[in-house]
Ligand binder design. Structure first.
Ligand code: ATP
Ligand code: ZN
Ligand code: MG
Length: 322
């Protein structure tokens, strides 16, 4: 089998121009060559083959089986969310650099003629593009909080949701694991601090067992979100000091910079306060979510088991496809 070169700490030599290694195809090149990912001309924006999707689908089902007994309410949102809800969520405070807004043409016929002339001339045609009521969903759970809050106080024991959405983040990269549009599967727990922290513990355990069972080397580490700017440094430190975010990392692009494939997030009362979401006893609700990067886990499997799914270890194939 045309397997990938072993992951080694010198893999970054691939990028040094003029070095012999500069000629070696990158993991992304190999994925394109194998047809697993399809070029669009934009870094981080890819089509996927049937084989790639068969892994994504199998992971989605596996994650459903893991959470199957818990009675999570399934909800699916489109990959865009309400702009007012997005603004209120606070996302722009932390991550203005990642946000994607949907704009549409809002001009008259003369503006249309100018637009076409600009397109023809290769100059900026977006003058009459105005922000719509939709922004691209940055994480699968963002549209859920206002929806849940609109139902009124949580029932006794809180709530549990099962989500999946395409997400957008403006972080173009040549690492195949850092896409601009990707799918995130999530479970979200809302309730008391004890309830949501117990949920996070449970999924730290289940997620680790799941990934180890797929034959992937992994480490769970404390993490922080990439908050913007100088104020963001403080937010990131705060998040770490309070153990709010853990990531399950797998070496995919390199050994020294492993890739977060799952994340386990405790938001404290951030979304509860933001949306006026309360527990049955009237106290503000706490929330936590576990996020599975479906493309990232697929890429980790391809990296470690090879680009030919038929050649994957039998136990991994049987876990995924029965
Ligand atoms: P990273 O630190 O690598 O940027 P993250 O902390 O931004 O990851 P989360 O915001 O916790 O990730 O998102 C939940 C999951 O979604 C991640 O664990 C990962 O599997 C996936 N994910 C996040 N960003 C991307 C991306 N750009 N491309 C593909 N998958 C992603
Ligand atoms: Zn979430
Ligand atoms: Mg990120």
């Amino acid at each position: 089998m045309d397997s990938l070169p072993a992951l080694d700490p010198d893999a970054s030599a691939e990028a040094i121009p003029g070095s012999a290694a500069a000629e070696a195809p990158t993991f992304l090149d190999r994925l394109f060559d194998a047809g697993l990912l399809v070029r669009t001309g934009v870094d981080g924006l890819y089509g996927r083959s049937g084989a790639f999707e068969s892994v994504v689908d199998a992971l989605d089902r596996l994650i459903s089986r893991l959470g199957g007994e818990d009675g999570a309410e399934v909800m699916r949102f489109p990959p865009g969310m309400s702009r007012p809800a997005f603004e209120r969520s606070g996302y722009l405070k932390g991550f203005p650099h990642l946000a994607g807004t949907v704009h549409s043409f809002c001009g008259n016929e003369a503006d249309h003629a100018r637009l076409l002339a600009c397109v023809e001339a290769g100059t900026d045609w977006t003058e009459k593009q105005a922000a719509t009521d939709i922004v691209l969903t940055p994480a699968a759970c963002y549209p859920l909080y206002p929806t849940a809050a609109a139902r009124g106080p949580l029932p006794e024991g809180g709530l549990l949701f099962d989500l999946q959405s395409y997400c957008f983040r403006h972080e173009p990269s040549l690492e195949p694991t850092r896409m601009q549009m990707f799918r995130m599967r999530e479970y979200v727990r809302m309730g008391s601090p004890e309830e949501v922290l117990a949920f996070r513990e449970l999924w730290l355990d289940r997620g680790t067992t799941m990934m180890a069972g797929l034959g992937l080397p992994l480490a769970v580490d404390l993490a922080n979100d990439p908050f913007f700017g100088r104020a963001g440094k403080m937010l990131a430190n705060n998040q770490r000091n309070q153990n709010l975010k853990f990531e399950l990392n797998v070496p995919v692009n390199s050994v020294e910079k492993p890739t977060a494939c799952l994340s386990f997030n405790y938001h404290q009362d951030h979304f509860g306060t933001t949306w006026g979401l309360t527990q049955a006893d009237g106290n503000v609700a706490h929330t936590a979510c576990v996020g599975f990067g479906l493309e990232r886990i697929t890429l980790a499997l391809l990296r470690h088991h090879g680009l030919d799914l038929a050649q994957w270890p039998a136990d991994v194939r049987s876990t995924l496809w029965g």
